[in-house]
Ligand binder design. Structure first.
Ligand SMILES: [Mg+2]
Length: 125
C-alpha cells in the first residue's frame, strides 16, 4: 500500500488509528472479542435496516434525497464500518487489501458477460 499523503491507504490508517485510540482510551479492548464484535456489527447492520423498515421499494429509492434519512444512514454505515475496522484489527487483517481481494474474487464469480444486468447468484448464471 502506498503512503502518499492523499492515498486511500493513508486515510484508512488514520481512521483505524483514531478508532483504536478511541477504544483504548476507554479500555474497551477487553470487551472486543470476536464474538462481541460480530454481534456488534450485526446489531449496527440491523439499525441500518431499521431505517428502511416498512418502506416500499419505491419509497426506499427516494430516501437518498432526504437529508435527514441520509444523516441516519451515514451514522449507521459508519457504525458498521467501525465494527469492521475493529474486527479486522482483532484478526490482523488489512481491511483495504481484503476488500480489494474480495472485489477480484467477485469479478471472477460474476463475469461481466454473464452477470451484466442480472441479479442471479453466481451458481445460477
Ligand atoms: Mg448505530
Amino acid at each position: 500500500m502506498t503512503n502518499t499523503p492523499a492515498s486511500g491507504g493513508d486515510r484508512y490508517e488514520q481512521l483505524r488509528d483514531a478508532m483504536l485510540a478511541f477504544r483504548d482510551a476507554r479500555d474497551w479492548k477487553q470487551f472486543h472479542d470476536a464474538k462481541n464484535l460480530a454481534e456488534g456489527l450485526s446489531v449496527e447492520a440491523a439499525e441500518l435496516l431499521e431505517i428502511f423498515l416498512w418502506k416500499t421499494t419505491d419509497e426506499s429509492r427516494e430516501m437518498p434525497s432526504d437529508p435527514a434519512v441520509r444523516a441516519k444512514v451515514s451514522e449507521e454505515v459508519a457504525d458498521c464500518f467501525l465494527f469492521c475496522v475493529l474486527m479486522a484489527d482483532a484478526f490482523g487483517i488489512d481491511l483495504v487489501e481484503a476488500a480489494m481481494k474480495k472485489i477480484k474474487v467477485n469479478a471472477q464469480k460474476y463475469p461481466v458477460e454473464k452477470s451484466r444486468g442480472r441479479r442471479d447468484k453466481y451458481d445460477a448464471l
